[in-house]
Write a protein that binds this ligand. Sequence first.
Ligand code: XUL
Length: 524
Amino acid sequence: MSKYLGIDASTQSMTALIIDVEESPCIAVEESVIFDDHFRDRYGVENGALDLGGGQVHSPPLMWVEALDLLLANLRDNGHDLARLRAIAGSGQQHGTVYLNQAAGPALARLDPSRRLSDQLAGVFSRPTSPIWMDTSTTAECRQIEAAAGGRLPLLKLTGNTAFERFSGPQIRKFSQSDPEGYSRTDNIGLVSSFVASLLAGRLVPVDAGDGSGTNLLDIRRRQWAPEALQATAPELARRLLPVTPSTRAIGEISTYFAQRYGFSPTCRIFPFSGDNPCSLIGLGLVEPGSVALSLGTSDTLFACMDQVRVSDSGEGAVFCSPDDINYMALICFLNGSLAREAVRDQYGLDWEQFAQALRDTPPGNGGALMLPYFAAEIVPHVPQPGVVRQNLDAADANANVRAVIEAQALSSRLHSAWMDVPVTSLSVTGGASANEEILRVYANVHGCPAHRFQTTNSAALGAALRAWHGCAGESGEKPMGWPETVEPFTRPQTTIQPDPAGSGVYSRMLAAYESLERRATAG
Ligand code: XUL
């Protein structure tokens, strides 16, 4: 058996990616289920999420359950022989929390392959919706956790992160305080990643260190829950969490539900699911310190591999464990990613080709026009209320607004990445918007380095599949594979956009103007 499956449960879709490493390693299959296409009416989601007001953004976990059944049914019905898969690993949008009652463990253990998963698991949630990373409603809880942990800096030192609104700990605290009865009915709290892994394993499985470090609850150096942080967050939290598992150790074999319903081999190994960004780190080949990547998704993230924990004192960056179980990753999350690009595209009634043409038709620097693209409250820089700012920019000029949003995103990524202390000598770009070469050109010029694009934009799902392959090789007693040799065949750039010296010069000068506009807008 030479095939490995990576599953990525992201905000707007669930994706399966199969690699075949038999002769010349390649990506054999990519399939996605877009949540809005199938579940908009039943669950009321828009872009995969529910806006509950007051900054609360949730998703229904039962929708993820249905999506998994649908995704695997599609793979089977499209003729892919799932019996040939040797192992599965996965990735989930980071930070989202899933609240399960005491029925969850027994229900997972006795799944009936003749019935749909969602019919059998509808009763296992102590909270029907899961707060996700887009939730910005937990500022008070962040400050309370920091205070209870002895202050902002002790929490930063222990967990690698100050308390962030989108992180799991503040979400859990908010639930325990606003619905103590629901919290007391909660037997287990998992992340999106561990929840989907639990479905496949047919039992509750732990959070891995990579995704666990996005909770404000993990001792980042020991890669274990930090009792002080648990205590600072919510009552009796330790008994609601399973011990953290290393990312590279298998958690067992696939549940008979999937073996019988979809034809997986009963010996198919399941490896822990990790966060989407930690998985992208692997999927983009960032397995040695110093390389930098950019993921242009619902949010945009800029991240790098580090061999030691280096934190952002200003609280703008996050640090996670790499799921290679060796390194760490530094990450900056800009919430207004696709969200802002799509807002501009829709405002001017453009399609993506017209959007790219607008970039071709406008010069680097945009004639001095600037935008701060806070279509939604922004994570970096911290902007608590939405509000788009334009300077020397005519709101009626579609082309200039297209260039302004992309230049703002690229300049902001340069401005806010200094704390990583990793020289940006090349950018590996992934995510849906990386298909657009004109966007890559702006980033190459702003950072003054080449931007590489790869065969797939599903780097999180690819990273998961690579983790499954690497994990099996480590287990089998065959010659263990190093990380560089695991990722190399899949991370050869397909397209490279070189920076153009004139364009780079324009942006070096423009950075100060952008910084000063940003400073004025965010002051106070
Ligand atoms: C990272 C973050 C987002 C989600 C989106 O900290 O919040 O990138 O992981 O999937």
